[in-house]
Design a protein around this ligand. Structure first.
Ligand SMILES: [Zn+2]
Length: 355
């Protein structure tokens, strides 16, 4: 059930055992992983058993969970959004949030039972949007997630607080204030992320909140130019906050790439782009531009649950020969892994001072 599929699986299957061992041994940083999109299927099935679906959409929810259990791929965006609504329904209590956070951390950072490809990464910056439900406040949500993250050393795991493009000014202000407050309390919040439907929200109204977060010492990453509908003004507003990293940047124009004076690291999510159909093929992927221009990048999974991938799977796409992969050399892949570690918000020197 936890097996990967799709382009990452095909690339991994094409590698000789020696190359698989090489990729497994590389210290990798996972810097773009959404908590709710990274939950192991097994954990969702367990939660669904504990809290059987009820209400108007019970049959549809049961059908989605059944599909998950039988290994059906979620390649349609509508499937993906419905899956997310199912996950939100299953994780409305602090106890359930703690359960899924623990499972996600283990899936990235603990050696797997079969020892095949684990730990997936050496360092994880998990991201999540603070969610208020009838059972918890946004603050309780964050504290619950942080309690789990902080069971790992600071050199291994940290949290990025995501804000959603659809948020009201009030909600946005609350989330940014909570992130700053947690950081000031010594909790392991290291950054802010802007996520959500790329076609919604006016990013000009986000800038002062994002600048406030940066001013408080938080790292800033933004999902940017994810969709052809994203305007230059939209991207310029986000870039004006001087983000440290950019998520996807799929449709960033050459003119805007030149604007990236501070060289923000680009978070590249190959399977997500291919299966989400924002990029037609590996050949057409914007990773080529950044590699050619020696621009910092980090290889990430985005949402490994619907995209059925893993850190090893994504790195396989770098090393496998075309057309299954990019056909990069081991040296190039090792260099990319180092760039990823260097782009962490919590740098090793920070970690040392906190240990
Ligand atoms: Zn993302």
């Amino acid at each position: 059930m936890s097996k990967i599929s799709g382009p990452a699986a095909a690339a991994l299957a094409s590698l000789c055992p020696d190359n698989v061992i090489f990729l497994q041994s590389l210290p990798k940083a996972e810097l773009h992983a959404h908590l709710n999109g990274s939950i192991p299927v097994k954990t969702i099935l367990e939660l669904a058993q504990k809290y059987p679906p009820s209400g108007a959409h019970a049959a549809e929810v049961a059908d989605t969970i059944e599909k998950l259990g039988s290994g059906v791929d979620f390649n349609e965006i509508s499937d993906f959004f419905f899956l997310m609504s199912v996950i939100y329904a299953l994780t409305s209590t602090p106890e359930a949030v703690a359960t899924v956070t623990r499972a996600v951390l283990q899936s990235f950072l603990n050696p797997a039972d079969d020892g095949a490809e684990s730990p997936q990464c050496a360092y994880l910056e998990l991201r999540s949007t603070p969610r208020a439900t009838t059972h918890m406040t946004r603050e309780r949500y964050l504290v619950t997630v942080l309690d789990e993250i902080e069971t790992y050393p600071a050199t291994q795991a940290a949290l990025i607080v995501s804000v959603d493009r659809r948020m009201s000014d009030l909600d946005l202000a609350e989330c940014v204030s909570l992130a700053i407050e947690m950081k000031n309390r010594g909790r392991r919040v290291v950054g802010i992320d802007v996520c959500g439907d790329p076609r919604s929200g006016d990013m000009r109204s986000f800038t002062h909140h994002l600048s406030r977060a940066k001013g408080a010492g938080l790292g800033l990453t933004v999902h940017i130019a994810e969709h052809t509908a994203n305007t230059t003004e939209d991207s310029l507003a986000l870039l004006s906050c001087r983000p440290d990293r950019l998520g996807h940047a799929t449709f960033l124009s050459d003119e805007l790439k030149a604007f990236e004076s501070a060289d923000p690291c680009i978070e590249i999510c190959l399977s997500s782009n291919l299966l989400g159909k924002s990029v037609a093929s590996l050949d057409a992927h914007h990773i080529h531009y950044y590699l050619k221009n020696d621009h910092p990048i980090v290889i990430c999974t985005d949402d490994k649950l619907p995209f059925r991938t893993s850190c090893l799977g994504e790195y396989s796409l770098l090393l496998a020969q075309p057309p299954l992969g990019l056909g990069l050399s081991r040296d190039d892949v090792a260099r990319i892994a180092r760039m990823g570690m260097d782009a962490a918000f919590l740098r090793p020197r920070d970690c040392r001072s906190r240990l």
